[in-house]
Design a protein around this ligand. Structure first.
Ligand code: GTP
Ligand code: MG
Length: 221
């Protein structure tokens, strides 16, 4: 062991595959972080901003752009980002909506590699029904949650900070230190370093524990 911690180079992220249902998902990776949120909240834009690759995840003014679970490989093998379909797009047929919701539910419940959910919310409209469901689910399962209050460019600093502080107090009461929150803007590249640091911490912790296991195995011989 050199002791050097590997670094996630977000700009080297590559599209891996898309899945319409859990059986199509790539083999459970080592660890992945999934971006969830209401349709049009800005999930795909956040992934593109994070990776400095405007073409990585498809974005659109039309809600419901992301209809599949999209996987992106990071530069370190086994680490991935996941773009989840948006919740609550009104114009799709009910049957399709139910299908999305089901595969989203299955993904959340069955995916071993899932280490954290980045819940993306429009800072002007936080904690809608879907967001509440996600928070409750994280509370119940102990899943690590990072809340991205995006489109912060649409508010001035005062109201943006006050939403952040209010929501932080509210969510920390429920989830303790398993929840973190930040403001973000894909348009203004605001909060990108903070998001990179959080995701790196979560995913690299996995490599650390893997290395620790290997070292432990080694000493047993
Ligand atoms: N002003 C502003 N607009 C944003 C920001 N992030 C996203 N948008 C816009 O919001 C719209 C939706 O963005 P997407 O990233 O496609 O949203 P999504 O959550 O992936 O949507 P679905 O795939 O439909 O679930 C697009 O028109 C984006 O340009 C932001 O930080 N600021
Ligand atoms: Mg999308």
């Amino acid at each position: 062991m050199s002791g050097d911690r590997p670094i996630i180079q977000f700009n080297q992220a590559r599209y891996a595959t898309s899945a319409d249902k859990l059986s199509q998902c790539p083999a459970d990776s080592l660890a992945e972080v999934a971006f969830a949120g209401r349709s049009n909240a800005g999930k795909s834009s956040a992934i593109n901003t994070l990776t400095q690759n405007g073409k990585l995840a498809r974005t659109s003014k039309t809600p419901g752009r992301t209809q599949l679970i999209n996987f992106f490989d990071l530069n370190l093998p086994g680490l991935r980002l996941v773009d989840l379909p948006g919740y609550g797009y009104a114009k799709v047929p009910v049957a399709m909506k139910t299908h999305w919701q089901q595969h989203l539910d299955t993904y959340l419940q069955k995916r071993d590699a899932l280490r954290a959910v980045v819940l993306v919310m429009d800072i002007r409209h936080p904690m809608k029904e879907f967001d509440e469901m996600m928070v409750s689910w994280c509370q119940k399962t102990g899943m690590r949650l990072h809340v991205l209050l995006t489109k912060a460019d649409k508010l001035t600093r005062g109201p943006a900070q006050s939403t952040l502080l209010q929501l932080r107090a509210q969510l920390q009461k429920r989830l303790g230190d398993r929840v973190t929150l930040q403001t973000f803007s894909s348009l203004k590249n605001q909060g990108v370093e903070e998001l990179r640091a959080i995701i790196s911490d979560i995913l690299l912790a996995e490599l650390d524990s893997l290395n620790a296991d290997e070292r432990a195995d080694g000493t047993l011989e």
